[in-house]
Write a protein that binds this ligand. Structure first.
Ligand code: DSN
Length: 419
C-alpha cells in the first residue's frame, strides 16, 4: 500500500485539522467538559490498533491475532482499577452515554422507574430526559437543587424515592459546581430498595486525585467519560461492585456494542497511567484553585454565581441580573476568543437554546499551565466584554490580551501538526 502523509494525500481534511489545532491554541478553552489530551495519548489513539477487531474480552475473543490488544486492554483495566480503587472495570464503552445505557439495559426492564437530576438544574440528558433513550425507555422522575442554596435538595431526593420507588437512582451532573454527597444518595437508595448509579464523568479527574469524595464504595455502578477532567481520549468507562461484573461485561458486548475501539483503549491506558502520577494530582489541585480564583474574582466584579461559588472545576454565572442571555454571552465571549457554553441555571425561565447563564471550566487552561494570576486577568476580561457588549475597542483589546496569553502558554509546542 502506498504510504503518503495526510498533508499530501488529503489536503482538505489536513487543513481542517490544522485549523482546529490553531483554534485550540489561539483561544481560551473554558468549556468545562473539554481538555487537552497529551501527545502520548493521541499517539496511542492514532496507532495501528485502529485496524484490529477484538470482540470479546482479553483471553476470550471472537478473533485471532489479539495478543497485543489483549495486553493493552489488560493494562487499561489494571490501571483504572488501581486509580479508582475499584473492584471491577470495563474500558470498552465508546462514550459516557453508552456506559450509562449498559447499566440501564443490564439491570432494568423497559418501563422501570428511574430518578435522576433535572437537566435544567445541572443533570445530563441520559439521566432521564424525555428526548433521550433514558426518558423514552424508562419512566423518569427528576430531582433538583434547592431554590435558596442551589445545592442538591437531598430531602427532595428522599421524598421522590419514597413516593415513586424507582428501580435506579442516578447521581452525577454536567453543570453542578458543588461536591456531591454520595453517602446521602447511598442511604436513600438502600432505604428505598433502589440501585444507585453515579455518573462521575465531570469530576473523574478530581476523584482520581482524591480531591472529590469517591462514589466507588457508595454506588452499585459508576460510569464516566475519559476525556474531561480525566484528560484522556474521548471515550467511556464503567465500574461496579464485583458481583455485577459478568452481567455488565455482557451488557457492553454483545449487549450494545460490537468491536471495541482498541486504539482508544490504548489511549485510555496511557491516560490512566498519567493519572497515577503525582503530577496529575498537582494538576487537579490547580484546576480547583483556578476555578475558585475565577469564582472569587467574578463575584468581586458583581457577577451572580449559582450556589455562590464552586468546589470543583466549574462555575455557573447567572446573567439575569446583567440583563443578558447565556446565548449572547457565549457569542460575545467567543468573539473575544474566550470559549464557554451557554447553560441553563436552576429555575431558568429561558429555554436551553437561549438560557440565562454560562458555564465556565478550568481543566483545559490548567493543562496549559495557567495559574491564579491568569485567572484573575481572565475574570477581568470577562467583566469587560460582558459589561460592554457594543464596544469594538473592548473586543479588540480583549482579543489582544487573549492572544498574548495563548502565545505564552502553548498547547503542543509549536503550532502545526508537525512535531
Ligand atoms: N456534553 C457534556 C458536557 O459538556 O458536559 C456532557 O456529556
Amino acid at each position: 500500500m502506498e504510504q503518503r502523509d495526510l498533508q499530501v494525500s488529503d489536503r482538505e481534511v489536513y487543513e481542517a485539522i490544522l485549523g482546529e489545532l490553531k483554534r485550540e491554541q489561539e483561544t481560551l478553552v473554558m468549556i468545562a467538559s473539554e481538555n487537552y489530551a497529551s501527545s502520548a495519548v493521541m499517539q496511542a489513539q492514532a496507532s495501528v490498533l485502529t485496524n484490529k477487531y477484538a470482540e470479546g474480552y482479553p483471553g476470550s475473543r471472537y478473533y485471532g491475532g489479539c495478543d497485543y490488544v489483549d495486553r493493552v486492554e489488560r493494562l487499561a483495566i489494571e490501571r483504572v482499577k488501581r486509580l479508582f480503587h475499584a473492584p471491577y472495570a470495563n474500558v470498552q464503552p465508546h462514550s459516557g452515554s453508552q456506559a450509562n445505557m449498559v447499566v440501564y439495559l443490564s439491570f432494568l426492564d423497559r418501563g422501570d422507574r428511574i430518578l435522576g437530576m433535572n437537566l435544567s438544574h445541572g443533570g445530563h440528558l441520559t439521566h432521564g430526559s424525555p428526548v433521550s433513550f433514558s426518558g423514552k425507555l424508562f419512566e423518569a422522575f427528576s430531582y433538583g437543587v434547592s431554590r435558596e442554596s442551589h445545592r442538591i435538595d437531598y430531602d427532595q431526593v428522599r421524598d421522590l424515592a419514597r413516593r415513586h420507588k424507582p428501580r435506579l437512582i442516578i447521581a452525577g451532573a454536567s453543570a453542578y459546581p458543588r461536591l456531591i454527597d454520595f453517602q446521602a444518595f447511598e442511604a436513600i437508595a438502600r432505604e428505598t430498595g433502589a440501585y444507585l448509579m453515579v455518573d462521575m464523568a465531570h469530576i473523574a479527574g478530581l476523584v482520581a486525585a482524591g480531591l472529590h469524595p469517591s462514589p466507588v464504595e457508595a454506588a452499585d455502578f459508576v460510569t464516566s467519560t475519559t476525556h474531561k477532567t480525566l484528560r484522556g481520549p474521548r471515550g467511556g468507562v464503567l465500574f461496579a461492585k464485583e458481583q455485577y461484573g459478568d452481567r455488565l461485561d455482557k451488557g457492553v458486548f454483545p449487549g450494545i456494542q460490537g468491536g471495541p475501539l482498541m486504539h482508544v483503549i490504548a489511549a485510555k491506558a496511557v491516560a490512566f497511567g498519567e493519572a497515577l502520577t503525582p503530577q496529575f494530582m498537582e494538576y487537579q489541585k490547580q484546576v480547583i484553585l483556578n476555578a475558585r480564583t475565577l469564582a472569587d474574582k467574578l463575584t468581586e466584579h458583581g457577577f451572580n454565581l449559582v450556589s455562590g461559588g464552586t468546589d470543583n472545576h466549574l462555575l455557573l454565572l447567572d446573567l439575569s441580573s446583567h440583563g443578558m442571555t447565556g446565548a449572547d454571552a457565549e457569542r460575545l465571549l467567543g468573539q473575544a476568543g474566550i470559549v464557554v457554553n451557554k447553560n441553563t441555571v436552576p429555575f431558568d425561565k429561558k429555554g436551553p437554546k437561549i438560557t440565562s447563564g454560562i458555564r465556565i471550566g478550568t481543566p483545559a487552561l490548567s493543562t496549559r499551565g495557567m495559574g491564579v494570576d491568569v485567572m484573575e486577568t481572565i475574570a477581568g476580561l470577562i467583566k469587560m466584554v460582558l459589561e460592554n457588549p457594543n464596544s469594538e475597542s473592548v473586543l479588540k483589546k480583549t482579543r489582544n490580551t487573549v492572544s498574548e496569553l495563548c502565545t505564552s502558554y502553548p498547547i503542543y509546542g509549536k503550532p502545526g501538526l508537525e512535531k
